[in-house]
Design a binder for this molecule. Structure first.
Ligand code: PLP
Length: 230
């Protein structure tokens, strides 16, 4: 999908792997910036201006890591139109969709030859198991399988079985996980509300993780931060 001299358009803030992957293929990453002040929403007019003749792919992460933003459905429709009108495919990374607190619409619900990426790492907390999947047309999946066969070779059978079990219990697991995360994010939001820090309420899971990781790094608890900014 990408080639030397081509470019890929990525909503930013973004998961750094997208830009690094583009770079490893000698493609340029063009960032469409989103801001906390605009609730991390993409401006479709700005997006249009970023596309050029060398654009090969648009990457979307919904809900987004690290902002947790779930794309508004009107904006999503606009973004799909912009890409379709130019014959550009969208790769939608939906690894956080199941854990979202608000309704998310998969790119699969839109017309077009899109690519959807998903993982067992987030919904089922199986990050060490290294299993995920991609939904795309056969021509593309055939191409993906070729390098996979000589690199990953295969997903071990016991991991496939664990993944199958996770899918069988999917509804129950999603309900339990969301409840647990909600129990943690509500007090986090409340503590942050008492500070001068600007933040948006969590749509999906990841800004919670982002906040806690950040706090871990500076070795301060949320309460200490709250005290510092009072
Ligand atoms: C947005 C996003 N996509 C994909 C992944 C990759 O997940 P994994 O390689 O564990 O399936 C991550 C991991 O943090 C992520 O944040």
């Amino acid at each position: 999908l990408l080639e030397k001299g081509g470019n890929v358009i990525i909503s930013s803030l973004h998961w750094t792997a997208y830009g690094l992957t583009a770079k490893s293929l000698s493609a340029d990453a063009k960032l469409i910036k989103t801001r906390l002040e605009s609730n991390w929403e993409v401006n479709v007019e700005d997006l249009k201006r970023l596309f050029d003749t060398k654009t090969k792919l648009r990457i979307l992460n919904n809900p987004n890591n690290p902002t947790s933003k779930v794309v508004n459905q009107k904006v999503m429709g606009g973004m799909v139109d912009v890409a379709s009108e130019r014959g550009i495919r969208i790769l939608s990374d939906e690894v956080y969709a199941d854990l979202s607190f608000v309704k998310t619409k998969s790119l699969l619900e839109y017309e077009g030859e899109h690519i959807v990426v998903n993982s067992f790492s987030k919904t089922f907390a199986m990050s060490g198991w290294r299993i995920g999947y991609i939904i795309a047309d056969k021509a593309l999946t055939d191409k993906i399988i070729k390098p996979n066969q000589i690199t990953f070779t295969n997903v071990p059978v016991f991991i496939q079985e664990a993944a199958l079990k996770a899918l069988e219990l999917r509804d129950h697991i999603i309900k339990t996980m969301r409840k647990k995360y909600r129990k943690r994010t509500d007090p986090a939001c409340k503590i942050l509300s008492d500070t001068k820090l600007k933040f948006t309420k969590f749509d999906g899971l990841n800004s919670k993780v982002f906040t806690f990781n950040l706090l871990d790094k500076v070795e301060l608890g949320l309460k200490t931060i709250a005290e510092a900014f009072k």
